[in-house]
Structure formats: structure tokens, C-alpha cells
Design a protein around this ligand. Structure first.
Ligand SMILES: NC(=O)c1ccc[n+]([C@@H]2O[C@H](COP(=O)([O-])OP(=O)(O)OC[C@H]3O[C@@H](n4cnc5c(N)ncnc54)[C@H](OP(=O)(O)O)[C@@H]3O)[C@@H](O)[C@H]2O)c1
Length: 336
């Protein structure tokens, strides 16, 4: 396999501390060699807690660290593109958190930076590398549920904290960028094509201005996807793919526990109480470890990152069109 990829972590973010760093450390393909925070003390604390050799008191110092091959960027959304560009310009590969940026236009800068520096850059939609989701993709491609006509999803959580990065409009806060982006990436991937037009109803938090409740419909050439997402409603996740002969339900689609098996239900509609439905069980897996392995493989030249920047930009185009639709109160075409 060669030498493990040496990761540097840009900011002591919750997602980094709780999931992504332990995920990298679980696998053999990578090792976390450094972490940076805006304050040295916080970086040192995180490094101690997680057994990371080096702590940097600035993001610049991490990016200039010659012993780092790849940067993981879990900064607030408005800092995804700027810091990923800086990292790429320093010759580092970059795994950047979702959503890749604030809008599709911004992603062009990162594509340019990737290409001029010849580095690998990917968007961290961990679900897109996970074995259970790869099985959904395979089942759909094999025609197990017939022709897919409809994809339906929901993703909500309840967090109204003025200090949360999601509560700041200008930082790319709100639920659509945060969690609505998941059913969009998954429905585009499963249909294997881009939606042509979309419509959205968006309700905003009166104080923060961020979107807190969205209902969206995406028209694809071969079907429809509809989803709801919310940042101030009860925690819940659902995802179903409906075809002419069957339906796949992905239980706890986005954040299944890493220490328990996860399931898919394949229902051929013999009755309304799941008569004859098949349950597929998948062994417990740390999806952040899988994501790190897939990224390291791409750096070694063994295939593409699971979510390329072109794919990430197409996702942002859908999000841009949904925001436009909520303003115009009309269907909006998705830019090409
Ligand atoms: N893939 C997933 O499963 C998943 C799950 C959750 C979140 N995410 C994504 O990860 C990113 C971070 O989310 P999070 O919940 O981990 O957020 P968070 O805990 O608030 O972390 C963001 C980090 O960014 C740094 N930062 C830089 N400038 C900042 C500013 N002006 N205000 C606040 N923080 C600033 C801070 O690090 P320092 O103070 O150390 O510099 C902070 O710890 C988001 O893009 C989110 O969409 C992904």
C-alpha cells in the first residue's frame, strides 16, 4: 500500500474531533500528524486528547507544514473554498466538508486550484463511500426495483443556538446547505443524471434569517425526487427509492451508529404491512474510516474520490436553484 497518507486537520471542529479524526486513525491508509486551531491552546488540547503529534496555533502554519500530505477542512461553510484553495496552493490534497461552498460559482475557484496544483480534492459526503449505499446504487442499477420513478427523503434536527455555525446566514448557515444537501447528492447519484428544474418552499428563522424548514421537488429526466429538511424540528432521517417493481428503504440513512449493523428493506409491495419484504443487514462500519480509505486510495492513484468537485458543483447548482425558487415562487431551471 505504501506509506500512510499524512493528514493535517484544519480546525478543532466537532465533526473532526468526534468522527473524522477517529475514523482516519482506525484505518491503515492514513495517519493524523497535525491539527490546527485559531488558538494554540485549543489545538494542543485536541492533539493531546487524540494522540496527534503536532499542534499548530494558526491555519497557515498547518498548511505550510511540510510533513502534511492532505488537509481535512471542516471549517464553517463560508471558509470551505477559501481555505481549500490555500491548501491546494500549498501543494496539499484536500478533503473538504460538505457543502463544498456557498454556491456553485465559488466552486470554480477550487477546481482551478486543484487543476493548477495537480492535487486531489474531494467533498466529504461520507455516505457516498459507504458499503450500504454502494449496495443501494448497485441494486438500483441492476433493476432490482424496476424503473426508478421517485426518491423521497427527510432529514431534520433541532438546534437553535446562536453560537452554532449553522445559525449564521453569511457563513452558509441553515438546514438546506447543512442537511438538505444529502438527499440532493444521493438522488442525483442514484438517478445517474442531473435534475432539470426544481421548486422549493423555504421558511426562515425570523431572527437569524437562516432557512429552518424546506420542502423541495427536483424534476429529473427519468423521475422525481422530493425531500424535506429542517433545523428546528425533531431529530429524524428517512430515505426511500420507489421503482416500478419495488421500493428500497434505507434505515437511518445518514448517521447509522458505527457499532451496530445497519439495514436496507427491499419491499416488492405485496402488501402494505411489508409482507414478503427482504431485509438486508450490513455489518457495523465506521463510515468516516471508509471515507478516509477511499480518499487515500484516490491520492495513490487508485480511482477517483467518491465525490469529485464537478459532482460537488452540480450539487451546489441544485441548491442555488432551490434558493432562487423560494424567492421567485416558481420552478427554476438548474444551471448547466
Ligand atoms: N459529514 C458529516 O457527517 C458532518 C457532520 C457535521 C458537520 N459537518 C460539516 O463540518 C463543518 C463543521 O461543522 P461542525 O458542526 O463540526 O462545526 P464546529 O464544531 O463549529 O467547527 C467549526 C470549526 O471551524 C473553526 N472556525 C474557523 N472560523 C470560525 C468562525 N468564524 N466561527 C466558528 N468556527 C470557526 C473552529 O475551529 P478552531 O476554533 O479550532 O479554529 C471550529 O471548531 C460544516 O461544514 C458541516 O457542514 C459534516
Amino acid at each position: 500500500m505504501g506509506k500512510p497518507l499524512r493528514w493535517g486537520i484544519l480546525g478543532a471542529a466537532n465533526i473532526a474531533i468526534r468522527q473524522v479524526i477517529p475514523g482516519i486513525q482506525k484505518g491503515a491508509s492514513g495517519t493524523v500528524v497535525a491539527i490546527a486551531s485559531r488558538t494554540g491552546v485549543k489545538a494542543e488540547q485536541a492533539a493531546r486528547d487524540l494522540g496527534i503529534p503536532r499542534a499548530h496555533g494558526s491555519y497557515e502554519a498547518l498548511i505550510e507544514d511540510a510533513e502534511v500530505d492532505a488537509i481535512y477542512n471542516p471549517l464553517p461553510n463560508h471558509l470551505h473554498v477559501p481555505w481549500s484553495v490555500k491548501a491546494a496552493d500549498a501543494g496539499k490534497h484536500v478533503l473538504c466538508e460538505k457543502p463544498i461552498g456557498l454556491n456553485a460559482q465559488e466552486v470554480l475557484e477550487l477546481i482551478d486550484a486543484r487543476d493548477r496544483n495537480k492535487v486531489v480534492v474531494g467533498e466529504a459526503f461520507m455516505v457516498r463511500a459507504q458499503p450500504r449505499w454502494l449496495a443501494v446504487k448497485r441494486l438500483v442499477a441492476e433493476g432490482r426495483i424496476g424503473e426508478v420513478g421517485l426518491i423521497v427523503g427527510h432529514f431534520s434536527y433541532n438546534r437553535r443556538d446562536p453560537n452554532d455555525v449553522r445559525s449564521h446566514l453569511e457563513w452558509g448557515g441553515g438546514a438546506l446547505l447543512d442537511v438538505g444537501s444529502y438527499p440532493i447528492t444521493l438522488s442525483r447519484w442514484l438517478f445517474g443524471e442531473e435534475p432539470t428544474e426544481v421548486v422549493a418552499l423555504i421558511e426562515r428563522d425570523p431572527e437569524f434569517g437562516i432557512d429552518r424548514l424546506t420542502s423541495a421537488i427536483l424534476r429529473f429526466p427519468r423521475g422525481q425526487a422530493s425531500f424535506t429538511c429542517a433545523g428546528q424540528l425533531v431529530l429524524h432521517q428517512r430515505f426511500q427509492v420507489l421503482g416500478s417493481r419495488g421500493r428500497i428503504e434505507v434505515e437511518v440513512p445518514y448517521n447509522p451508529p458505527a457499532d451496530k449493523p445497519s439495514r436496507l428493506v427491499i419491499d416488492e409491495g405485496k402488501g402494505l404491512a411489508l409482507e414478503g419484504a427482504e431485509v438486508m443487514e450490513f455489518p457495523a462500519v465506521n463510515q468516516y474510516a471508509v471515507q478516509a480509505e477511499a480518499f487515500a486510495a484516490a491520492v495513490r492513484g487508485e480511482g477517483e474520490v467518491p465525490v469529485t468537485l464537478e459532482d460537488a458543483m452540480a450539487n451546489m447548482r441544485v441548491i442555488d436553484a432551490l434558493f432562487r425558487s423560494s424567492e421567485t415562487r416558481q420552478w427554476e431551471r438548474v444551471a448547466r
